[in-house]
Ligand binder design. Sequence first.
Ligand SMILES: CC(C)(COP(=O)(O)OP(=O)(O)OC[C@H]1O[C@@H](n2cnc3c(N)ncnc32)[C@H](O)[C@@H]1OP(=O)(O)O)[C@@H](O)C(=O)NCCC(=O)NCCS
Length: 144
Amino acid sequence: MIIRLANTDDIEALRPLVGAYSIETAAQGTERNDELLLDAILYGIRAGEAVVVAEQFDELIGWCAWVHLPLSPPGKVEGLGTYVVDGMRQEYVSRDLRKFAEEHARGRGYRYVEGCAANDNVAGFQSVMRLGFKVVGQLVRKEF
Ligand SMILES: CC(C)(COP(=O)(O)OP(=O)(O)OC[C@H]1O[C@@H](n2cnc3c(N)ncnc32)[C@H](O)[C@@H]1OP(=O)(O)O)[C@@H](O)C(=O)NCCC(=O)NCCS
């Protein structure tokens, strides 16, 4: 397996993996917008941010995007998402993706990443807690 930075040639292969991520995390309670997410990922790739892919036998099997967006506070990267295809889970692919992303983001001078794990997303939550993430607040929402 290869972990590497994504490039613009990866975007078509990333598209279905981003869609699958949106569907799965939405089912757990985190609202997503595929097109907006893809745009932010493409922005990150072009800006040289930590958009990282895992590749096996010439196929993408996972991605992780930690991107400083134009309105992000200084020092912060937005944890836009991390996804590993079903058959490759619990083999530490997400750990390797996030470690690569962290090193890359730190090398660019950023100091922290923040993302969102839905309450029902046990795998997502556990996988970040194992890497030293801390819960720093709570999302509040009122439907209208
Ligand atoms: C969450 C996700 C990225 C984890 O990817 P992964 O490559 O399977 O995770 P890893 O193999 O790196 O697991 C690392 C740790 O995460 C935890 N973990 C992973 N899958 C788990 C599961 N199904 N249930 C409970 N804990 C799990 C474990 O603590 C594991 O370490 P351990 O085996 O030493 O205890 C993957 O399940 C996924 O793509 N889910 C859908 C998208 C998503 O939810 N993304 C994260 C949003 S916060």
